[in-house]
Design a protein around this ligand. Sequence first.
Ligand code: SAH
Length: 463
Amino acid sequence: MDYLPVFLDVRGRDALVVGGGKVALRKAELLVQAGALPRVVAPAIQPALVELAERHGGSCDAVPFAPAHLAGAALVIVATGVPEVDATVHREAGARGVPVNVADRPELCTFILPAVVDRSPVIVAFSTGGRVPVLARSLRARLEAMLPAGLGRLADFLGARRGWLRERVPDPGLRLRAWERLLEGAVAERVLAGDEAGAERLLQEEVAALDGAPRGEVFLVGAGPGDPDLLSFRALRLMQQADVVFYDRLVSAPVLALVRREAERVYVGKRRGEHAVAQPDINELLAEHARRGRRVLRLKGGDPFIFGRGGEEIEHLAEAGIPFQVVPGITAASGCAAYAGIPLTHRDHAQSVRFVTGHLKDGSIDLDWPELARPQQTVVFYMGLVGLPVICERLIAHGMAESTPVALVQQGTTPAQRVLVSTLGAMPERLRAAQFHAPTLAIVGTVVSLHERLSWFRPAAET
Ligand code: SAH
């Protein structure tokens, strides 16, 4: 972060505004909204600014800036457009430890003013660090549309009942769940619709219905191949509700960052050949945490039901009688194919697609090679990097042309994505020089020939 976001309490405090024009007026308006008393200093001050300052308990002084004006100011905002004055105020404020903002001169600011969406008491403030004001504007428009107009009313309504709820539901875990139910359910909807009496009735009912024993639950969620934008809405919603998350190596850092901040994070990943936590232990860990009444997020790369052992995990939960939900994710084959411009099926090339594991068992791969070598289909090998030379050799031995194109996609859908296109005959040699590492996926079939024309994603790794 380039800046530390903070919210300043300036109610009833002097805020110095140096400048008397339009920009100064806009800044003074913002200060007034936050309850500050604007003290305006400039040789010439617009009438509108004079009027604003006087109406809100501030003052105006039609003189040039002098260091003495800084005395007692909580902060100073400068909008003169005169470089020498900007620099002087910046220097004098710095010497006195008064936070200073100079309009359009980030290098002279000790704080910057964020873009704001105001649903007081809820305030959303954000900034592009002054780099792309247009982006800030478009973000604000989106947030304005997203946040209900009654959000402030909702915050006031629930805020006023916090103490009551704390007494009524002393258990912190249960109380948190009650809060979430109130926020996501009918109570919130009533408040947003302006019916506070109805909301109050519903609130009493909901709280009365809370039973003593919290019920844990497991969310088995597909995290997709890496790009966080590929998460589903449901995945994101459940990620935001978790008390604890068990994740493995394939879950990308940007995806993990979207899990509820307070959630405990437990890595249970495996590396090739060495198991961090054995599968039966993972199964039991999920059950155990759910039994304690926690909402357990099991986050898996791609789709949990495709080479993810998700089935085994929920079998165990089903036996233990623990409630669970499964959220599909975009599997690596779909993600890599889309981002590499390789349609998995195509009327001219492939009428079917197969997802197979290329994982070596005792140095060999046990697959139905005659089936895989058939024409007019695409074969996607998961976990096939180490075994790739064997895979190419076996497919050729079973009748596939040496010229059949093969694509390797490493870390698909992420900024580190790399794509290597070659043929069954030449790939093993190419691979030796190219140094690919896991996670990498191999796509075999003539659809790969479309890659050059259809690829659109330009990750940093390839430019
Ligand atoms: N459940 C996962 C697959 C787990 S098996 C899914 O549906 O995608 C692990 C294999 O998936 C890796 O060896 C690799 O072949 C593939 N894989 C997963 N993420 C990948 C990515 N971002 N890029 C390329 N391959 C990936």
